[in-house]
Design a protein around this ligand. Structure first.
Ligand code: FE2
Length: 390
């Protein structure tokens, strides 16, 4: 091989290498561009899915009012219930605030769901109002339902007493958490500043405990003003609805007693007073806005507890379940629907309305409950069927 050839050869090789480098560089550019396109496509898909889910949770599910049916058989053999049972229509947590388009749509769906139904007893377990401005729509809702044969009964919810500032919820919840920790004398919530400074992990532990506090029980807005509960009661009573505030009533010609309890957060609950005058052997239905009444000693006298307040968690996520249940005594799986403690059966309503106007996996509903006498030698679950879409 000559020097020239060698040179030429080297030059050729150099040219080839240069071309190769150019080819590789072009290929790398194309790969980079493909990766960028794929990244944008991925981001677009995630954003599209997020927008679709957000749209569903904001614009569809809150308006998808279901009709659920449930038959509950007493677990104690008590006289007083008609053999064919009693038909109860259970409503809860309407949270009306005067958002007419939204609330009129819900009223129209409730009217359709209840049309032609034979209702013995209408029950509303509170949070009629989110704000006083919702009163006209609450009255329109009650007017839209067929008249119940034995009467309409209610208890008030925390929102009927008070409206809350949700923007201050994180700070308010933090103060509740600290107060709770101090009361219990447990956890680093009660630690002094000096102790906290000594322990570098205390801040992190506080945050974790606070996260658990929020997840397990409360994320509360700060009370910001009073709703006119007196006016709400007067207007509903004028339509024949009775408020059971720590008192009971016997249902018509039956031997069934309804007992109502004031709200656990904003009222003055007194269950022993509510149960005064209720015979021990009478079938007893307890109405409480807040299902945490289940832990009261006297609650075991109730055959059935009807409650609301939890909104079914309002956002139910895969693997996590209901996210925001507001109950301290019930597990997440008990935050809506049927459960029982001993021979006391519990039904927690998910509500018709929302405080924050969003729902996912916890659609609003009305529930038709057929309350039946115990089977002789009854054992096992008192619930006969549940969850029919109507
Ligand atoms: Fe509520």
């Amino acid at each position: 091989m000559t020097a020239c050839e060698e040179k030429g050869g080297d030059a050729g090789k150099g040219l080839k290498n240069a071309r190769g480098a150019a080819v590789e560089s072009g290929s790398a550019d194309r790969d980079g561009s493909r990766r960028l396109t794929a990244l944008w496509a991925g981001l677009g898909a995630v954003a599209g899915l997020g927008a679709a889910l957000g749209g569903y949770a904001l614009l569809y599910e809150p308006f998808d009012v279901r009709a659920e049916r449930l038959a509950v058989r007493l677990l104690r053999d008590k006289a007083g219930l008609p053999k064919e049972g009693l038909n109860i229509l259970h409503l809860s947590d309407t949270h009306f605030r005067g958002a007419d388009r939204r609330e009129h749509a819900k009223i129209a769906q409730v009217r359709r769901a209840t049309e032609g139904e034979k209702i013995d007893v209408l029950i509303h377990t509170g949070d009629f109002l989110h704000k006083d401005s919702g009163l006209d729509n609450v009255l329109a809702l009650i007017d839209s339902i067929p008249k119940p044969r034995l009467g309409a009964f209610a208890v008030s919810g925390n929102h009927d007493h008070v409206f809350y500032n949700l923007r201050r919820a994180p700070l308010y919840s933090w103060r509740l958490f600290r107060a709770r920790a101090s009361e219990q004398g447990a956890g680093s919530g009660a630690r002094s500043a000096a102790e906290t400074a000594e322990d570098g992990m205390a801040g992190l532990r506080d945050l974790l405990l606070f996260g658990r506090f929020l997840f397990q029980n409360r994320f509360d807005g700060e009370p910001a003003g009073a709703n006119d509960i007196g006016r709400l009661r007067r207007e509903l009573e004028a339509r024949g609805m009775q408020f059971l505030d720590n008192r009971s009533v016997r249902l018509g010609e039956t031997g069934v007693y309804l007992v109502g309890i004031e709200d656990l957060m904003e009222g003055r609950p007194d269950l022993p007073k509510g149960l005064e005058g209720v015979p021990k052997d009478a079938p007893t239905v307890l109405l409480s806005h807040n299902p945490d009444i289940i832990e009261a000693a006297a609650a075991g006298r109730a055959d059935l507890i009807l409650a609301g307040h939890t909104h079914g968690g309002q956002i139910v996520l895969p693997l996590i379940g209901p996210t925001y249940t507001q109950t301290e005594q019930l597990s997440r799986s008990e935050a809506s629907g049927y459960s029982r403690r001993g021979r006391t059966q519990v039904y927690v309503h998910r509500g018709l309305g929302e405080s924050v106007p969003i729902r996912f996996g916890a659609p609003p509903h009305v529930t038709f409950i057929r309350l039946l006498p115990a089977r002789s030698h009854s054992d096992g679950d008192g619930v006969a069927r549940n969850g029919n879409r109507g």
